[in-house]
Ligand binder design. Structure first.
Ligand code: GCV
Length: 727
C-alpha cells in the first residue's frame, strides 16, 4: 500500500524540482543574449564545456607575437579578441616562450629550437603545430608571410570555436585557388544591383577620410575565410569610378583592407576613354586609347600601389566593348592587360555575353564566342564564365567552357546573392550548388577532370593564375546579408574558394558551430535543414531542369507566362499542349556538343541524362515515362508539391532549436521560413496551374489542387524589389 504521507511528500518534491528546473531554464534563456547577427561567425562566445575550457586555458596562457607589421598586428588583435571572448581572460602578451604559449609570426622570426619546414607554404599557406620548445609545450602558428600567419590565426581560432581538440596539432594548409575574389555589384549611388540586404556598405560620401568600423569588420570576416580580393563596384559599370577623385576615395578602402591581405579591384567601363578621357573613341586599335589606359593604370598605382586590377563586362546586356569597333574580346582584354602588366595587375574579363535580342539558344552563346579565342589572351588576363551557361539559375549544368579552354586561365563566377533563389527571403544553402559544379566531371583529360580541378590546375600551367569569384550578398542590414542564413553562403564561398575539394556538409557544420552553438541539438537539425534547402527550392520553383521562369524584372516569384519582345519565359520552357523543354541535343540547338563527348553524350541520351537536367537538354511529351515510373507531367507536379512539403520539414527542424539559441535570431529565421513557405506555395500553385493549362492533365492522385484559377496567380503583384526592377 502506498503511504499517503510519503506520496504527498514525493509529489511536492517533484513539483518543487520541476519549478526549480523551469526557473533555471528560464534564467538560462534570459541569459542567452539576443544577437543581431552582426558578429557573423566571429562571435567568440564563452566555451561552456568545462573540460574543454580547462584544456584550452592551459594551452593559451600567453601569446608571443613575432614581427610588427600591420598584418601581424591585426592577427594578434584577433587572437586576443577570440581567446578573451572564449576563455574569459586576456592572455598576456609575453616576450618568451613558456608552458601554454601560442607563438605567432613568420617562419624566419621563430626562435631557434622552434624549427619547422616551411617548404611549399607559398604566399598564403600556414602551419599550426604543437611543439616542445625549451622543454615546454607551445603552439606555433607560422608561415612564410605575415598574411599566411593571419590565415593561420583564423584557422586556430576556428578549432576553438568548433570545440576541436588542441593537443598534438599538426596542420599544414595552402589555398587551392590563388585569387579568391568577391565581385561587388555596388553602384556608386549606394544601391546594389541584385542586392537584397540594404544598400552598399561603401559610404562614398565620407571616403577616403572616414573609415567606418563596418569596413574593418568586413575585412576581418573576409580574411577569416581567405578572401583576398574585392571588386568594389558593379560590372554594369560607371566610367567615373576611374576618375581621379573616385580613385582617391577607393584608396581609403584599400588602406583598410590591406592589412588583411585583401587587394581591391575596380570594374572598367570600356567606353571610359570617351566618357571621362575626352577621346572621340574607345577603339582598342587606336594608339590614343591604348595610351589613355596606360596612363590611367600609372595613375591608379600611384594612388593604390597594390591595386589588384580590372573586372570587365563587355558587349553584354548593352555594355560597351571591343566588338563596337569590330575587335574581339581578346583584343579588348589584352589592351587592358597590357596597361596593368607593368604593375602586376590582373584583368578578369567576363564570359557572360549575350545581347538583348533573341536568338536560337542563349545557352550556346558564351562557348561560341570564346572557344575560338582560347590561347589568345595575355598572360595576366582571366576569362570569367559563370558557373552555368545561362545566368545563375537554381540549377544549371556546368558551363561548357570549363574543360574547353586549356590555354586560357578561367575564373569561375558564382552568385552568393540569391538573385534567382528567393532573394534574402528564402533559406537556400548554396554550398551544395557550388559543390555540385566544382565536382562536375568535364572529362577534359579523361575521367576526374572536375571543374574544381580544372580551376586549380591553371595555377600550374599559367604561373599561378587560378581563381574563383563570388557576387556577394552583403549590404547595410545589421546582420549583413538580410537573411541570417545568407551568411552561410558567404562563409561557404570563402571556404570552397580556399579548398574547392571541401564538402558543403562539413562547411555547414563549422558555420553552425561558429554561428549558433556546438550542441548537437543545434548542429544536427540545422545542418539537415541547410543540406536539403537548395533541392527544396529547385523543386518548388523550377524542377526537372526547368529554368528562367521567374518574374522577368525582379527575378523573384513565378512568371512562366511572361511574354516580352526580347526574351520570354517561353524561350526557356517552350511549353505546348503536349510537350515541354528545350531540345539541346545535336538534333536541337546542339548545346550538348559543346561538352566533351563523355559528358555531352550522357546529357544527350535520354537514358543517361540526369532527371535534374532533363528539360534543360530535352523536349519531351508530358506522357514521357520517367525513371520514377511517373509520367513527366506527374513528376513535375509531384516535385512542386514535395518542394513545398520540404519547406514544412525545414520549419519543423528549425523549431527544434527553440530555446537552444537566442530568441532574437530564432524568431528572425522562424518568421522568414513562414514567409518562404507562403512563397513556395505561390510558386507551386502558379506553375501547376500554368503548365496544367497546356497539358490539360489532372493532378496525380492525392494532391490537393491549387485553390485559385490561373488568372488569379497572374494578377498577384510581384514583391517590391530593391533594385527597382519591380516596384
Ligand atoms: C550585373 C543578370 C542580372 C544582371 C547582371 C547580369 C550580369 O542578367 O540580372 O543584373 O548585371 O546578370 O551578370 O552581368
Amino acid at each position: 500500500m502506498i503511504d499517503s504521507r510519503e506520496y504527498s511528500i514525493d509529489s511536492n518534491l517533484i513539483d518543487n524540482m520541476k519549478h526549480i528546473i523551469s526557473v533555471i531554464l528560464l534564467l538560462s534563456t534570459l541569459c542567452m543574449k539576443g544577437e543581431t547577427g552582426y558578429d557573423l561567425w566571429l562571435r567568440y562566445p564563452p566555451v561552456e564545456n568545462s573540460r574543454l575550457l580547462k584544456e584550452y586555458s592551459s594551452k593559451n596562457k600567453n601569446i608571443l607575437v613575432l614581427g610588427d607589421s600591420p598584418t601581424i598586428r591585426v592577427a594578434s588583435e584577433e587572437l586576443e579578441r577570440g581567446l578573451e571572448g572564449m576563455l574569459g581572460y586576456k592572455p598576456e602578451t609575453g616576450r618568451r616562450i613558456g608552458k601554454g604559449t601560442v607563438v605567432i609570426g613568420r617562419h624566419d622570426l621563430l626562435p631557434s629550437g622552434c624549427r619547422v619546414d616551411p617548404e611549399g607554404l607559398g604566399e598564403e599557406g600556414f602551419l599550426i603545430r604543437s611543439m616542445k620548445i625549451e622543454g615546454v609545450t607551445a603552439t606555433v602558428i607560422t608561415a612564410l608571410t605575415d598574411k599566411g600567419v593571419l590565415y593561420g590565426v583564423f584557422r586556430y581560432l576556428r578549432l576553438l570555436q568548433t570545440a576541436s581538440p588542441l593537443a598534438d596539432l599538426d596542420i599544414r594548409d595552402t589555398p587551392g585557388l590563388n585569387y579568391r575574389v568577391l565581385n561587388h555589384w555596388d553602384n556608386l549611388n549606394g544601391t546594389v544591383e541584385r542586392g537584397y540586404a540594404g544598400y552598399s556598405i561603401w559610404n562614398w560620401e565620407r571616403l577616403p577620410h572616414y573609415k567606418e568600423q563596418r569596413y574593418s569588420d568586413y575585412a576581418r570576416a573576409n580574411a577569416s575565410i581567405g578572401i583576398n580580393g574585392l571588386v568594389l563596384n558593379n560590372v554594369n559599370a560607371e566610367a567615373k569610378s576611374l576618375r581621379h577623385d573616385w580613385l582617391v576615395k577607393a584608396s581609403g578602402l584599400a588602406d583598410v583592407f590591406r592589412p588583411y591581405g585583401i587587394r581591391i579591384y575596380l570594374t572598367a567601363k570600356f567606353s571610359a576613354p570617351k566618357e571621362i578621357g575626352g577621346l572621340p573613341t574607345a577603339d582598342p586599335r587606336d594608339e590614343r586609347v591604348r595610351q589613355w589606359w596606360k596612363d590611367k593604370a600609372r595613375e591608379i598605382y600611384s594612388i593604390i600601389p597594390d591595386f589588384g586590377g580590372f573586372l570587365v563586362k563587355a558587349n553584354s546586356e548593352g555594355q560597351p566593348g571591343p566588338q563596337d569597333y569590330g575587335c574581339s574580346h581578346a583584343e579588348g582584354a589584352n589592351m587592358l592587360g597590357e596597361a596593368l602588366a607593368p604593375y602586376g595587375g590582373i584583368v578578369f574579363w567576363r564570359a557572360f555575353v549575350y545581347q538583348n535580342e533573341r536568338h536560337i539558344d542563349r545557352v550556346v552563346t558564351g562557348y561560341n564566342e570564346f572557344k575560338p579565342l582560347d590561347g589568345k589572351f595575355r598572360e595576366n588576363v582571366f576569362l570569367q564564365p559563370k558557373n552555368g551557361p545561362i545566368d545563375f539559375q537554381p540549377r544549371e549544368p556546368f558551363h561548357p567552357l570549363f574543360g574547353s579552354m586549356p590555354d586560357t586561365p578561367l575564373a569561375m563566377e558564382v552568385q552568393i546573392t540569391q538573385e534567382n533563389l528567393g532573394h534574402a527571403g528564402h533559406l537556400v544553402y548554396l554550398a551544395t550548388m557550388y559543390e555540385e559544379v566544382l565536382k562536375s566531371d568535364t572529362y577534359a583529360g579523361g575521367s576526374g577532370y572536375t571543374v574544381g580541378r580544372i580551376l586549380k590546375d591553371y595555377a600550374r600551367s599559367h604561373h599561378g593564375m587560378s581563381a574563383i569569384a563570388g557576387v556577394p550578398n552583403v549590404g547595410t542590414d545589421l546582420n549583413w546579408t538580410g537573411h541570417l542564413f545568407g551568411q552561410a553562403n558567404w562563409y561557404a564561398f570563402g571556404r570552397l574558394a580556399w579548398n574547392p575539394d571541401a564538402g558543403a556538409e562539413e562547411i555547414a557544420d563549422d558555420w553552425i558551430r561558429m554561428t549558433f552553438s556546438n550542441a548537437s541539438g543545434v548542429t544536427e537539425p540545422v545542418k539537415e535543414m541547410m543540406m536539403m534547402s537548395r533541392e527544396a527550392y529547385v523543386d518548388y520553383t523550377m524542377p526537372v531542369g526547368l529554368n528562367h521562369i521567374m518574374n522577368f524584372g525582379s527575378h523573384n516569384g513565378p512568371e512562366p507566362w511572361h511574354h516580352d519582345p526580347s526574351w520570354t519565359a517561353y524561350d526557356y520552357h517552350k511549353v505546348t499542349a503536349d510537350s515541354i523543354g528545350v531540345d539541346r541535343t545535336p538534333k536541337g540547338t546542339g548545346a550538348t556538343l559543346q561538352y566533351h563527348s563523355e559528358v555531352g553524350e550522357r546529357f544527350a541520351d535520354l537514358s543517361t541524362c540526369p532527371d535534374e537536367l532533363l528539360l534543360w537538354f530535352h523536349r519531351l511529351p508530358f506522357t514521357y515515362r520517367m525513371r520514377s515510373g511517373r509520367t513527366l507531367w506527374d513528376e513535375i507536379v509531384t516535385r512542386y508539391y514535395t518542394g513545398v512539403e520540404k519547406v514544412g520539414e525545414m520549419q519543423d527542424m528549425w523549431s527544434k532549436v527553440e530555446g537552444l539559441i537566442d530568441d532574437e535570431r530564432y524568431r528572425h529565421v522562424k518568421e522568414l521560413l513562414s514567409f518562404q513557405k507562403r512563397e513556395a506555395e505561390w510558386w507551386r500553385d502558379a506553375c501547376v496551374q500554368f503548365f496544367g493549362s497546356y497539358s490539360g492533365l489532372p493532378l496525380p492522385e492525392g494532391l490537393t489542387p491549387p485553390p485559385h484559377p490561373l488568372e488569379y496567380y497572374k494578377r498577384i503583384p510581384f514583391p517590391y524589389d530593391w533594385n527597382g526592377y519591380y516596384d
